[in-house]
Design a protein around this ligand. Structure first.
Ligand code: EZ4
Ligand code: CO
Length: 405
């Protein structure tokens, strides 16, 4: 007999970081969980779901994942955009969770089964200067990682996004209604970073995969120069070199460097990747399973990328909840052109609120074999951590004008 959705509820919890979670319940008593977290605009997605999506989910057949995706995407007239896609992504994740539970299978089995034994992952190593950065890299290696994102301070700047001065783990979003303002200087960064990363490379040896994230800060010609200057460092990838809106500018970057390029954590649909893929302007797709609308469209993005020998490397910072991370690991295990999963890690309390079957060991993730996505939310514990406003910093140049991070 066909099951029916009987309830769709939204939970907000902040066990160190704000998370928005969708809970879908069916008449057969199955519960599916989806991640709807959009950092800095959390409550907009809550309203989108509560006011507009949850009421129309009730009564629908939870087995019709693709149809529900099309219904929510096409049915609204207004398409795309991070709020819409994060909301649809949460529904899609929750319905895959329910389908897995209904079949008694982990989601990766429903996607065609495992094509790899485990999922290579990378984490972050921030260090204000080269010695601190080398220490951070060493600590991460001791946890088993064979791939590390390296971010450094810049001489002359007081703060740099993603880098702490004392080497502690960084929390990108500052709590409070007022956004932290940082001063940014691309010239100082460009003068310093190639040499600093070259020193890191000679300290760590040739085998460790090094990644670096530019956070959309550069102009095309600056990005081209940086890619070229970093070629001796042999990066696994250079990420988000230019602002995300104009993909054509990557042509210029590509003409000047063979440093592999990764892009797309802020992209939400396959169409934003279309030109980047068909013109072979990038090497890695960084879409998040939640922000890009769920497992269903992420598989389509991966399929298009596969045609152009571009690999999938989903976004996985601490603002992507353990539910979306689970989704990414199921996709990763079952998708041939998956490359690597970002795993920034979570404070202990997050692991307690989101009890997950996925595991990290020896530089790799695995989704586990629990039915569905394999994450259950401790609702009573979640309720003890209410939402608090938290925002990423904004950056200004030395003359006071706003810049991209
Ligand atoms: O700064 O998700 O590749 N990863 C990243 C992240 C983002 C955070 C923003 O909250 O760029 O660290
Ligand atoms: Co990034």
């Amino acid at each position: 007999m066909t099951d029916r959705i009987v309830a769709a509820d939204v939970l907000v919890t902040s066990p160190g970081r704000n998370f928005v979670t969708l809970k879908i319940t069916t008449a057969d008593g199955l519960v599916g969980w989806g991640d709807a977290t959009l950092n800095g605009r959390e409550l907009a997605v809550v309203s989108y779901l509560r006011d507009h999506v949850c009421p129309i989910l009730v009564g629908r057949d939870p087995a019709r994942i693709e149809d529900t995706w099309q219904y929510l995407y096409r049915g609204v007239y207004w398409r795309r955009g991070p709020v819409t896609m994060a909301a649809i992504g949460a529904v899609d994740l929750a319905l895959w969770d329910i389908k897995g539970k209904a079949c008694g299978q982990p989601v990766y089995q429903l996607l065609g089964g495992a094509v790899r034994d485990r999922i290579p992952s990378y984490t972050h190593a921030p260090g204000w200067d080269v010695p601190a950065l080398c220490d951070a890299v060493q600590a991460v290696r001791e946890r088993g990682f064979r791939a590390v994102r390296v971010q450094t301070g810049v001489p002359g700047l007081d703060s740099v996004y993603g880098v702490t001065k004392d080497g502690s783990a960084y929390e990108p979003a500052g709590r409070g209604r007022a956004l932290v303002e940082e001063v940014w200087d691309s010239d100082a960064y460009l003068r310093y970073v190639p040499g600093a990363l070259a020193e890191v490379r000679s300290a760590v040896g040739p085998e460790l995969a090094l990644l670096h994230d530019v956070h959309h800060r550069l102009t095309p010609i600056q990005a081209a120069r940086l890619g070229q200057a970093l070629e001796p460092v042999d990066l696994f990838w250079l990420e988000d070199v230019t602002p995300a809106e104009n993909q054509e500018v990557l042509r210029l970057v590509r003409q000047h460097t063979t440093t592999p390029l990764a892009i797309g954590e802020v992209f939400t649909t396959v169409w934003e990747f279309q030109q980047l893929l068909t013109e072979q302007l990038i090497d890695f797709v960084r879409a998040a399973v939640s922000h890009a609308g769920g497992i269903t469209p992420l598989r389509r993005i991966a399929a298009l990328a596969e045609v152009w020998q571009v690999r999938l490397a989903p976004h996985g910072p601490s603002d992507v909840s353990p539910i979306a991370l689970a989704g990414a690991t199921h996709v990763g295990l079952a998708t041939p052109n998956f490359a690597i999963q970002e795993y920034m890690g979570y404070p202990e309390r997050v692991h307690e609120v989101f009890r997950h079957a996925w595991t990290y060991a020896d530089g790799h993730l695995h989704p586990g074999d629990a039915p569905g996505l394999g994450v259950e939310v401790d609702e009573a514990l979640a309720a003890r951590f209410p939402y608090e406003p938290a925002y990423l910093p904004v950056a200004r140049r030395r003359d006071g004008t706003l810049t991209d991070w």
